[in-house]
Ligand binder design. Structure first.
Ligand code: PEP
Ligand code: MG
Length: 893
């Protein structure tokens, strides 16, 4: 018989932290804490396998589950000395989801389950009547919303009415009798909307809640969240049923959340918030402003509300001891939830805490220095793409600014954008090309798509652990929350502050590192690699085998690349330097030229410009290799369009516009991506490689004279499919270089290599390598031509393919290992047979994608090349690829 249910509590547990696939993260950690002897309310976990069974079998519960739940309940009753479903001391439970990786707020939860018209009276005897009926109404509200489909707003409307009739502002002013009355109205509402009375039998309630949690695995927001975080549907969720403990039983009760280190900065100090006389949901919802746990945090924040440390010193000390124990045990920063029920501390949850990238770097490097983890583990702890967060601009401290409000610094980074008040508008306007800041009273899980689209998030309510703060940190988005001075009105879509109204479209700037909200756009500074970031990069650099280069054309890009640690330029796309205004006309002249002579005259205008570009590149990259690719323009990108551009080029050429129009028609191709691009164009018009080679060699001579260091350019031929193509272009390069070397100083050595971006080239790699000194895999074109899909048009159906499950990832983002990857592996092997010292790199977009970098390590490439801002990402990913390979081989050994 399959085991579907695992119990924990009373100092022991059937599960453990190793079982997170089966028990979900929450269930596995509850079991682990129980085994460690920590005070965990007892309970049991229904496995993710049961959830998968439920979906595979028309939403039926598996056989044997009922009996196992009954047995676990009996054990629970025994530990607690209470009974579920009647009797003097009623056992109340919480029912919560818990997937393998945490999906905060995406699935459903029911609290206080087991209450009914009888047990509420029993509870009133052991606790107090007001508390009992408040708990009952919370339960009815939550259960009816989650299980019976009665919208929680309908309950809120009743509450609002009741408060109004009684003339009270908050729930705390409602008496026991008021709650009794409200419970009656709530039950009547359920009866009316649901068409049946609120279920009274605790067992019916329990199975309803279990089914609802399973079902919530497939709700829209969980599906969106999974898509965003690459979580497979097949994981399923576990269900945790646990004895209730109450943080809202009076002034000696409390509930809170805490991190063992600061999740924003990574500083080693207990960091967290709590509320007296409250349930956990109250902290997360951000409706009441929470108090700080430690005295240190309280004083730093200048808060007047006492800390837990002073209010409940004993419980605080106990909690601190547990949190230290948990961090040491898990060897990572923990995010914990706790409740104090009438002076007694309970640990409700622990998990590895989400953190900003800055905090992740601090935590990883300091844990390595503390000896808790190794340097390699520290390197593995950072998700490479998360470094993007630090590679974004921050506010220029010298820039003028008008601060209009201040909130909590919830997620660092600065952002400027237009105000929008709804997630849908954020999404819509972003797709229209606007940059927006989502401004809300508070956010909820339904807002997730809008939060993804917005550049930054600003709320007027909520603390550091509110939904907005947690989710924004996870996304690496700037967020300021709890900016109470903002009066946000979602009905009129206005934000009122200091007597001034702001509307949709008005520009603001937020600084998630300081909590400042500013009017208009504020100047920003470019990021740099320093501190813990630099330290981790040193560890990564020590570990990695592959070199990291950058794709760069301009001196600014090259400088940024160097600053980020690039070890050369892997791809300079020369056609990109011709987009600028003063050059594009000459470039167009060259393209539309009807004979070699007029082409030469256009090229003569381009030569000095190219030479100057290359000179600056060589100077900036001094001492490092620079690969310059000869012209590879898909013609349609450069042909003059519209009357204005045609007239402009005609004038520059002294040509008749009508004739020029005809020429453009002649040159227009049906498939420019597969047309006279790359080496085909170079062979049609050898004066192009001639001019470019001259510019490269002359620039190298000039740079060598200026710097006194040799410059060895790498000249790369694009879109080669056949040896003959390469040999002929190489002959032009060699002849030109010889000529330039003969007439200038110093003599420049250079290498000539090719892009491998066509399947034929990959297959014929051995013979091509006999002539080419290096290969650089152009995986953008190689993906396009291997699949036979257009890189410009594929988006329309690739998303659909992903939804259908035909492909897992967009092959233009992450390398298709089975197809494109197989061609690369083949051509690495064949290429090295043709030339044992062949240098191998990759310069397609995949060169900056961590999963593809892992593949490149396995394929044995010498370097990856990516955009300058991705260089640190690639350095880290290249190191992780080495460690990952080592770990995998030691596991199989
Ligand atoms: C490639 O095809 O991968 C490549 C780097 O060249 P481009 O993107 O310029 O075609
Ligand atoms: Mg290409």
């Amino acid at each position: 018989m399959t085991k579907w249910v695992y119990s924990f509590g009373g100092g022991e547990a059937e599960g453990s932290r190793e079982m997170r696939n089966l028990l979900g993260g929450k269930g596995a950690n509850l079991a682990e804490m129980a085994s460690l002897g920590l005070p965990v309310p007892p309970g049991f976990t229904i496995t993710t396998e049961a959830c998968n069974f439920y979906y595979a079998n028309g939403q039926e519960m598996p056989e044997g589950l009922t009996e196992q739940v009954e047995a676990a309940l009996a054990r629970l009753e025994e530990i607690q000395g209470k009974s579920f479903g009647g009797g003097e001391l009623p056992l109340l439970v919480s029912v919560r989801s818990g997937a393998r990786s945490s999906m905060p707020g995406m699935m459903d939860t029911v609290l206080n389950l087991g209450l009914n018209d009888d047990t509420v009276e029993e509870l009133a005897k052991s606790a107090d009547r007001r508390f009992a009926y408040d708990s009952y109404r919370r339960f009815i509200q939550m259960y009816s919303d989650v299980v019976l489909g009665v919208d929680h707003h309908e309950f809120e409307a009743i509450l609002e009415e009741e408060r109004d009739t009684r003339g009270v502002a908050g729930d705390t002013d409602l008496s026991a009798d008021d709650w009794v009355e409200i419970v009656k109205r709530f039950k009547a509402l359920v009866d009316e909307v649901h068409g049946a009375p609120f279920p009274q039998a605790p067992r019916d309630q329990l199975w309803g809640a279990i089914g609802a949690v399973f079902s919530s695995w497939m709700n829209a927001r969980a599906i969106t969240y999974r898509r965003l975080h690459d979580i497979p549907e097949s994981w399923g969720t576990a269900v945790n049923v646990q004895a209730m403990v109450f943080g809202n039983m009076g002034e000696d009760s409390a509930t809170g959340v805490a991190f063992t280190r600061d999740p924003a900065t990574g500083e080693k100090a207990l960091y967290g918030e709590f509320l007296i006389n409250a349930q956990g949901e109250d902290v997360v919802a951000g409706i009441r402003t929470p108090q700080y746990l430690t005295e240190k945090a309280r004083t730093e924040a200048g808060s007047d509300s006492p800390s837990l440390e002073t209010l409940m010193p004993e419980q605080f000390a106990e909690f601190l001891a547990h949190s230290n124990r948990l961090e040491e045990h898990y060897r990572d920063m923990q995010d914990m939830e706790f409740t104090i029920e009438r002076g007694r501390l309970w640990m409700l949850q622990t998990r590895n805490g989400k953190r900003t990238t800055r905090a992740a770097l601090k935590i990883a490097t300091s844990m390595a220095e503390e000896g808790l983890i190794s340097e390699e583990e520290a390197v593995m702890r950072i998700e490479p793409t998360s470094l993007d967060q630090l590679l974004h601009p921050t506010l220029d401290p010298k820039a003028e600014r008008t601060v209009i409000a201040r909130g909590l610094p919830a997620s660092p980074g600065a952002a400027s954008g237009e105000i929008v008040f709804s997630p849908d508008r954020a999404d819509f306007l972003t797709k229209e090309g606007h940059t927006v800041i989502l401004v809300r009273l508070e956010t909820s899980p339904e807002d997730i798509q809008g939060m993804v689209s917005a550049r930054g998030i600003l709320t007027s309510r909520g603390g550091m652990t509110s939904h907005a703060a947690v989710v924004a940190r996870g996304m690496g988005k700037p967020c300021v929350c709890g900016a109470g001075a903002l009066k946000i009105d979602h009905k009129t879509n206005t934000m009122l502050v200091m007597g001034k109204a702001y509307h949709e479209g008005d520009l603001i700037t937020i600084d998630g590192a300081t909590g400042e909200v500013m009017e208009g756009r504020v100047a920003m500074l470019q990021p740099e690699v320093s501190g813990d970031f630099a330290k981790l990069m040193v560890w990564a650099d020590r570990t990695r085998r592959m070199r990291v280069r950058a794709n760069a054309e301009t001196p600014e890009d090259a400088r940024a690349a160097r600053d980020f640690g690039a070890e050369g330029i892997g791809l300079c796309r020369t056609e990109h330097t011709f987009f600028q205004d003063d050059r594009i006309v000459a470039m167009r002249e060259m393209i539309v030229a009807e004979d070699a002579e007029s082409r030469r005259s256009a090229l003569a205008k381009l030569l000095p410009l190219q030479r100057q570009d290359f000179l600056e590149l060589f100077q900036t990259m001094r001492g490092l290799p620079v690969t310059i690719r000869l012209l590879d323009p898909p013609l349609h990108e450069f042909l003059p369009k519209g009357e204005h551009e045609i007239a402009e080029v005609a004038e520059a050429m002294g040509a008749d516009p009508a004739r020029l129009r005809d020429r453009i028609l002649e040159l227009t191709e049906s498939n420019p991506m597969l047309g006279s691009r790359g080496c085909r164009l170079l062979l049609l018009h050898p004066e192009i490689p001639e001019m470019q080679t001259r510019a490269i060699i002359e620039a190298a001579q000039h740079a060598a004279r200026l710097t006194g260091e040799p410059v060895v350019p790498e000249i790369m031929v694009p879109l080669v499919g056949m040896l003959g193509e390469f040999e002929r272009v190489k002959a032009v390069i060699d002849a030109t270089a010889k000529e330039v070397n003969a007439s200038g100083e110093p003599k420049i050595e250079y290498k000539v290599g090719t892009m491998i971006e066509l399947p034929r080239a990959a297959i014929r790699a051995r013979e091509i390598a006999s002539a080419a000194e290096f290969f650089s895999f152009g995986t953008n074109d190689l993906t396009q031509t291997t699949f036979g899909i257009s890189r410009d048009d594929a988006a329309s159906f690739l998303t659909h393919y992903q939804e259908l499950g035909i492909i897992e990832k967009d092959p233009f983002v992450t390398i298709d290992v089975d197809g494109v990857g197989a061609l690369i592996t083949l051509s690495v092997r064949e290429g090295r047979m043709g030339r044992p010292d062949l240098k191998l790199g990759i310069c397609g977009e995949h060169g900056g994608d961590p999963a593809s970098i892992r593949f490149c390590e396995d394929a044995g490439l010498d370097y990856v090349s990516c955009s300058p801002y991705r260089v640190p990402v690639a350095r880290l990913a290249a190191a992780q690829a080495v460690i990952g390979k080592k770990t995998a081989s030691s596991e199989t050994a």
